[in-house]
Design a protein around this ligand. Structure first.
Ligand SMILES: Cc1ncc(COP(=O)(O)O)c(C=O)c1O
Length: 404
């Protein structure tokens, strides 16, 4: 038997929980092509469902789950889970969820008879917000978007399970490399695959992972019935991205720590939200819930000079690009108050800490020192030059004669 034949005949090495993250990321759901012996099955394989199956197996392995399902987007994943609830159901959610999730909860779920109550401090208030026989789901984002506050998943899950309620955690911001919510008592973990898992800002996809066979039956039926499925090519691309997730997530996290420290030391910054800083009010949760206490690649900060300074900062950086998405290899910045979270009423937004001067940063994998210098240059231009050029704190410029 030739070496080539042997590699075709031998079953693919099955990754198992004895393997660590990097090995699973590269090998889980990646059988060698039984026809040609290729190390990676070619996209367009006759059974194109294979691409989705392979991707789903990889996500299940990385999230320590029995099952995983892939969807056409993170929002489609949210929609399918909400759709699985009967009319009359009630959901308790953290307040500062992703703007699109908030929109779905308030504008779409409500229309099919599902009510959502938002809580700014879910660990404290969950017990009193639960409605006997009505509350079916608790929705957590940890860290939350865009204020990066953390939720103790185990604490919430313990209360939820006493009432037979399922806990969903949106793990988009950390990726399975940094946090595995099922290990902390969650029943379903969801991802916008569009972000860290794909990692290259060129695919729109979502995924859910869980252990319950009954849940699998319900969600796989809706995945098919609603048709919110990803294309084979997107599954193939996202799976390719996932193979380097551990490298990217580590680098993004290291870069975010550099940026967070730079911002914290600046006189132009009011406050920094980053769970990897020991000054973060829930840093102890990061130490308990995140791999090696890593803070992830996302952070946000309040800049001096109001929304105008926030917007100027985002236009002044040279490496950080002004854009709404996150989790890619390239660093991005945005102003949630006028962009991702503009749809949430101002009072509600500010109650959740999303002020107009808040800038959200997604650190990519560029050189950390270049990112540090870019942040310093952005602050200087936004705050110091802004004052010299006559910008007011409320975002408008002074009258034309001042500018002349
Ligand atoms: C935390 C979080 N969840 C879900 C989504 C929705 O994902 P998608 O853009 O893939 O629909 C996003 C998108 O920004 C997000 O940030």
């Amino acid at each position: 038997m030739t070496l080539t034949n042997r590699s075709i005949d031998t079953p693919p090495r099955a990754p198992s929980p004895v393997h660590n993250f990097g090995t699973l990321a590269v090998h889980a759901g990646s059988p060698h092509d039984p026809v040609t012996g290729a190390v990676i099955e070619p996209v367009g394989y006759p059974k194109s469902l294979r691409m989705r199956d392979n991707f789903e197996k990889a996500i299940a392995a990385l999230e320590h789950a029995r099952f995983s399902l892939a969807f056409a987007s993170g929002s489609a994943t949210t929609a399918v889970i909400l759709q699985s609830l009967a009319a009359g159901s009630h959901v308790v959610s953290v307040s500062d969820v992703y703007g699109g999730t908030h929109r779905y909860f308030t504008k779409v779920a409500a229309a099919h008879g599902v009510q959502v109550t938002f809580s700014p401090s879910i660990e404290i208030s969950v017990a009193e917000l639960i409605r006997p026989n009505e509350t079916k789901l608790i929705w957590i984002e940890s860290p939350s978007n865009p204020t990066l506050s953390l939720v103790d998943i185990r604490a919430v899950a313990t209360i939820a399970h006493q009432h037979g309620i399922m806990v969903v955690v949106d793990n988009t911001f950390l990726s399975p490399y940094i946090q595995n919510p099922l290990d902390h008592g969650a029943d379903i973990v969801v991802h916008s695959v569009t972000k860290y898992i794909n990692g290259h800002s060129d695919v729109l996809m979502g995924a859910a992972a869980f252990n319950s066979p009954e849940l699998y039956e319900r969600l796989v039926f809706l995945q098919n019935a609603i048709g919110a499925v990803p294309s084979p090519f997107d599954c193939w691309l996202a799976h390719r991205g996932l193979k380097t997730l551990h490298l990217r997530a580590r680098e993004a996290s290291n870069n975010a720590l550099i940026v967070a420290r730079t911002l914290s030391a600046s006189p132009h910054v009011i406050s920094v939200n980053y769970p990897g800083l020991s000054s973060h009010p829930q840093h102890h949760i990061a130490l308990k819930q995140h791999r090696a206490g890593l803070g992830g690649g996302m952070l946000s900060f309040r800049i001096k000079g109001g929304m105008a300074a926030a917007e100027r900062f985002c236009q002044s950086t040279q490496i950080f690009t002004l854009a709404e998405s996150l989790g890619g290899v390239e660093s991005l910045v945005e102003v949630p108050g006028s962009m991702t979270h503009a749809g949430i009423p101002k009072e509600e937004r500010e109650a959740a800490g999303v002020f107009e001067d808040l800038v959200r940063v997604s650190c990519g994998v560029e050189d950390g020192d270049d990112l540090r210098k870019d942040v310093l240059r952005g602050l200087e231009r936004a705050v110091v030059h802004g004052k010299i050029n006559g910008f007011q704190e409320n975002g408008s410029t002074r009258t034309a004669d001042h500018q002349a």
